[in-house]
Ligand binder design. Structure first.
Ligand code: 5GP
Ligand code: MN
Ligand code: MN
Length: 333
């Protein structure tokens, strides 16, 4: 029923309708890739008044600036104030949309495409599949139902989304259906080697040195999480400034930290304001980090979650320790 309503919401648009695509703050490969891939699909359908945006400063992280469809992006302040349709990608709740919640409120109607089990159903129509490996799985499902033929430009964003959220097909979410979707995307002629190198394997030398410093102060707490172990580190604005690096380079840091054999849970605390921290949590399976994140005001998935911490660094880390202690003692339902 939701699929039919979603198809109708797009098909029923008048020719001059304004469509605004939005995604979560600090957009990652799934948020941007799904949004832009889907946006190009809407173009193919003949949607002419079409914009895409995300909350916060309009800077697209360098690794994504080459994505087909970036020309759809506008700064959030320039986005249609009263869109006829808002389509939201990869956001579990409207708290992930910053100031763009007002566009959502003023839109003629709204459509949410997502794959978080914790999704709050904040759209008029909600296409939320917690079994989907990425939001792009849902996005392609809708494009198929709209009858949009897949092309290489659309496929690029959808593939970036799929590789981002499956850890390049390494995570448990990598089902046969994921590989079947990847096969369809690759059959359009996109080049997976180029794409992976650009989004995962390219960073400035300054970021390599910054990682050295930040990884050098990682802390291992084997007793944390009821003996499953916690490894964590942090990065401040000052660290970024000393190495002359933009904040997005820190997104890859968690992937180095989470290799730690002695810890089930890994954590990177990234300064995002005066006394504000963006916290990334990962688990190998013993601990459901989405529950830890939810307890601290955030959300996410079982193996990858996050939240915004407020206060001094030690307090934020102390809260994580405490929530980890409480979580592993709670029997899973
Ligand atoms: P990352 O650590 O890569 O930023 O985020 C991992 C996952 O955690 C994301 O896919 C997202 O679902 C969730 N997440 C990260 N930060 C937040 C947050 O501040 N609030 C909520 N609700 N979810 C978050
Ligand atoms: Mn995301
Ligand atoms: Mn996602």
């Amino acid at each position: 029923a939701e699929w039919a309503a979603a198809v109708e919401a797009v098909r029923g648009l008048p020719a001059d309708a304004r469509v605004l695509l939005i995604c979560h703050v600090n957009p990652d490969g799934d948020a941007l890739g799904s949004m832009l891939g889907f946006g190009l699909g809407l173009r193919r359908l003949g949607v002419r008044r079409l914009q895409a945006t995300f909350p916060g400063p309009p800077d697209v992280p360098e690794p994504f600036r080459w994505l087909p469809g970036v020309e759809l992006l506008v700064a959030q302040d320039d986005a249609y104030p009263d869109p006829d349709l808002v389509i939201c990608f990869d956001a579990a709740g409207d708290s992930r949309l910053g100031d763009l919640v007002d566009r959502l409120g003023r839109a003629g109607t709204s459509l949410v495409l997502d794959h978080h089990a914790s999704n709050t159903g904040f759209g008029r129509i909600n296409l939320v599949d917690p079994h989907a490996a990425a939001t792009s799985v849902v996005a392609l499902g809708l494009l198929d139902r709209l009858g949009v033929p897949l092309d290489a430009e659309m496929a690029t964003g959808l593939y970036v989304a799929l590789t981002t959220d499956t850890g390049s097909f390494r995570f448990e979410a990598t089902t046969p259906a994921v590989h079947e979707m990847a096969a369809r995307l690759l059959a359009t002629g996109i080049r997976p080697g180029d794409i992976s190198r650009r989004i995962f394997d390219t960073r400035p030398f300054g970021a390599v040195r910054l990682f050295g410093e930040v990884l050098g102060r990682a802390t291992l707490e084997p007793a944390a999480a009821a003996g499953h172990g916690l490894v964590w580190t942090y990065a401040t604005h000052d660290d970024l400034a000393r190495h002359d690096q933009p904040a997005y380079v820190l997104e890859a840091l968690i992937d180095s930290v989470r290799c730690t054999a002695e810890a089930d849970v890994s954590c990177v605390v990234k300064q995002s304001g005066d006394a504000e921290w963006a916290v990334s949590l990962r688990s190998k399976g013993a601990v459901d980090v989405s529950r830890v994140a939810v307890a601290l005001g955030g959300g996410g998935h079982r193996f990858a979650a996050g939240f915004t911490g407020r206060g001094p660094l030690d307090e934020v880390v102390g809260n994580i320790r405490a929530a980890l202690g409480a979580e592993v003692l709670t029997p899973h339902s």
